[in-house]
Ligand binder design. Sequence first.
Ligand SMILES: [Zn+2]
Length: 85
Amino acid sequence: MISLRSRSNNERILAILMRQIEKMLKDMQSEGKDLSLLKFKKFQKTHHIDCNCKKCEEAKRKNDPHMRGLSEDGFKVYVGGKKDD
Ligand SMILES: [Zn+2]
């Protein structure tokens, strides 16, 4: 259950993170990166195929790899596309 206090705590964390991301993007822009070419991609790295933790066993039993335990969970930012040469 989510109490009011932890929800406002989550909002504070979110606000801090968005400021950090905003700063990162502004830094990239001042480095001359073309942010119109920017892409965000969700990134997840699951446990090793031989892992026997609770989540991975459940995933194996239900034959659903999306239920595997995660060792990394986040997103990646790409600035890609055209070259200036
Ligand atoms: Zn696992």
